[in-house]
Structures are given as C-alpha cells and as structure tokens.
Ligand binder design. Structure first.
Ligand code: GCO
Length: 425
C-alpha cells in the first residue's frame, strides 16, 4: 500500500455562506428570502460558524486534520463598493491565526458562489467591471491577511455554470426516499419567474442586471470569470510572491458508453476550455462527487444506488477525475469530495474507496497534494437547504450543538496515521 506523503494536506471544506450564518449582504440572501424563491429554505443562522469558528477549528484539529479549506466572504469584507470593513478583516485574521495555532494549514477561497449585493448593480457576473472589483478585493485580502494564507482558491467551481448546463440536460432518476427538492428542476428557468423580477426589484436593479455567479452561463460570463481569476492571481502574486494560487473546478468523471465524442465535448466544456487560463497557477483544486455516463446522444440515466443528491454512489469517480486533470500538468489538490447520506457507514465506505483511488493515482506518479472532504459540517446546500447531509459533524441548528459522526473519527484517524501521529483508537 502506498503511503501518503508526509506533507499531504488532510482537511475538510466549508464555504462562508453555507456555515457562517446571516450573510445578509450577499446576493443569495435576497434570493433565498424573496417570495416565490426556488430555495428550499433560507440559510438563516447556518451553523453560526462566524461565531463558533474557534471551537470548530479546535475540534477539527483534535480529530487529526492538518488543513481547513474555508471561504472569506466578500459581501462581509466589502459591504459597499470600495468600502472595506476593517472589523470583518480582523475577524478573518483571528480565524486564520486560530488555524495556525492548531497546526491547521488554511486554504482560503475568495469567492464561493456568493457576491456582495452591490455587484449586481454593476451587472454581476455578466459585467466586465466585476473583474477589477474582484482583483481589488483579492489584493486587500492578500495585503491585510496574506501573511497567514499559504493557499488561495480564487474562484470556487469556476466551471459550475457549464457543468450545471450539462447536468440539467441529463435524464434524472429520483430516489423514492429522496428528501424534498432533491432534483434540479427549479434551476431550469429561474429567470422567467416572477420571483426573479422581485429579487431584482428588491435590489433596486433591472432584472437583466441580476447575474449571480451560479445563474450566469453565457460565453461572456465564462470569459469574465476566467479574467477575474487571472487578475486575482496576478495581484496576489505581486503582493505575496510566496502564495500558492489556484482555481477549483467541479468535475464529474465522464464515462463513455459508446459516446466518445459527447464525452470529449463535455470534458472540453468543463475542463479543457479553462486550461489556457490556468497557466501560472500553482495547483488545481479538484472537486468531485460522482460520474456521468454518456452515450452517442448525450448523458444517460444513472444506474447505481443514488445519494441524497440524486448522484450515483460511485467514489471511484475521484480517481477518474484526477487522472484526467493530471493531463494539465498542475499539482492537484482534492478541494472537495464527499457524499450526502444519513447512513454514516456509507460515508465511511465512500471515503475509503475514494482514498484508495487517490493512493492508486499517487502510485502512478500523479502529483496529488491533499484531500479535503466536503464537508466538515452538515450545512446549507444552496437551493436544497439543510436536508442534504454531507457533514462529518452533525449540527443541531436549534442549539448549534455539534455531534461528531463516526466518519469524522475514521477520516481523522487515517490522517493521523498518515501524518505519523499517535492514534486515538
Ligand atoms: C459545490 C460547492 C459546495 C457544495 C458541495 C455539495 O460543489 O456546489 O462547492 O458549495 O455544497 O459541492 O454539493
């Protein structure tokens, strides 16, 4: 059995809007709380991680992890165009310092789906103006906090709008016992709903200006996202030459069943078309949850057991995606991988099978530097609300009490063993 390198990053991942709570200056907050919303429920207090980060980070460190991927919330740091909050930046400084105190390497995402409301006045992710605004925010973070940030993920799942378009075209099979809303039908035509008009009205803008990241899938939006990544990378490197900067991409393992051309087109859309913009990056953040079968006419229906998300339970997808992405020649970090299930024994199996794939890749010389499980906590799964349970740690949202699941101990022990630490067992 290949042992993991001693320097391997063993972590968990979260995103500010999904765990912090009360992120009311973000575009998503308006979308969640406007009548007719396609969101199952509002994010509300989330896991109150904004106030509880210290105990949460301590817990993650005690479990055996040495890395934590989280996002800094732009909507909090820059609540109005050009108005930066020193108090919020000080908050994130305390959070970063807390990671270091507990032997945890922080990996900071600068944009994880949510944007400040005011960016919608510019036209959101369809406006070229957002590029310079995003770079200015990245520069501020690098200057004020960069001494504590070794890794930056500029934009989370820069390709997600493209992937969603592919996934929405796929025939779906709904689990009989799937929790409510575990399909993506609400995502199909959101712009045509009265809800969309009302969201724009509440933000004081025309509906066509409302271009939140997740809902912007035009060629121009895609180009703007890529430019925003490049501009942020440049500015971070200028301010902090030692920083390691990358992007993260959402990737399904596209498997051809007689549909090679379709598979190639999808790989192009979700991966290779981004490659020219990643030159100069220090790593690629790989995010994977499942596979997609494709035939000559397009995506095929799932065949295996489904997770709460309606994805096939297929942890081997991670190795497939690592092999494909390794062709880009960048070091790889698994910045997200996980499963939504209430059966924690299945989560343990998922992790073991996914990690066996990572080991096989390492054996074959693929440069994988870390594995961060999505997610540390059961949290706000965007349109699907709180019913998807990805977490290693359960959260009682009435009391905010954390309960460590066996899978957390399991992955923590794997990390401890790989790091040469004493086991808790
Ligand atoms: C994404 C995001 C996360 C999700 C996770 C589970 O992939 O959509 O990065 O915010 O919560 O992937 O679906």
């Amino acid at each position: 059995m290949t042992s993991f390198p001693k320097t391997f990053l063993w972590g968990t991942a979260t995103a500010a809007h999904q765990v912090e709570g009360n992120n009311f200056n973000a575009d998503f907050w308006v979308m969640e709380t406007t009548p007719g919303t396609i969101f199952a429920e509002p994010s509300g207090d989330a896991c109150d991680h904004y106030h509880r980060y210290a105990e949460d980070i301590r817990l993650l460190s005690e479990l055996g992890f040495n890395a934590y991927r989280f996002s800094i919330e732009w909507a909090r740091v820059e609540p109005e165009d050009g108005l930066f909050s020193a108090a919020t930046i000080a908050h994130y400084r305390r959070m970063l310092a807390c990671c270091h105190e507990h032997g945890i390497t922080p990996m900071v995402t600068l944009h994880h789906f949510t944007s400040p409301r005011w960016t919608m006045r510019l036209g959101g992710w369809e406006s070229a103006e957002i590029v310079a605004r995003f770079a200015r925010y990245a520069e501020r973070i690098a200057r004020d906090l960069g001494d504590l940030i070794p890794y930056y993920c500029t934009i989370n799942e820069a390709n997600l709008p493209s992937l969603l378009a592919v996934m929405l075209s796929a025939p779906q099979r709904k689990r009989d016992d799937a929790p409510v809303g575990a399909d993506m039908s609400a995502m199909r035509n959101p712009r045509e709903t009265p809800w969309w008009q009302e969201c724009a009205r509440r933000m004081g803008i025309a509906p066509e200006r409302l271009n939140p990241f997740l809902f912007s899938n035009t060629p121009s939006a895609r180009a703007i996202v890529c430019r925003a990544h490049e501009a942020a990378r440049e500015v971070i490197k200028r301010v902090r030459p030692e920083a390691r900067v990358g992007i993260t991409l959402a990737l399904v393992d596209v498997q051809s069943r007689g549909g090679d051309q379709v598979a190639q087109r999808i790989w192009h859309d979700i991966l290779y078309s981004f490659a020219p913009h990643l030159k100069g990056d220090d790593f690629l953040g790989v995010q994977n949850y499942s596979r997609m079968l494709v035939g000559p006419d397009g995506p095929l229906p799932p065949e295996l057991e489904l997770t709460q998300m309606g994805y096939e339970f297929y942890p081997e997808a991670l190795a497939g995606v690592l092999r494909e992405t390794s062709k880009l020649g960048l070091p790889l970090i698994v910045t997200e991988n996980g499963v939504a299930t209430d059966d924690d024994a299945r989560r343990i199996e998922f992790i073991d099978r996914a990690l066996a794939g990572v080991q096989a890749c390492l054996r074959d010389g693929i440069d994988v530097r870390g594995y961060t499980y999505w997610s540390a906590f059961d949290n706000f799964e965007w349109m699907l609300g709180y019913k998807m349970h990805f977490g290693l740690i359960a959260v009682d949202r009435a009391t905010q009490q954390r309960t460590v699941k066996p899978s957390a101990r399991h992955l923590g022990e794997i990390a401890r063993r790989a790091r040469g630490l004493a086991l808790h067992l």
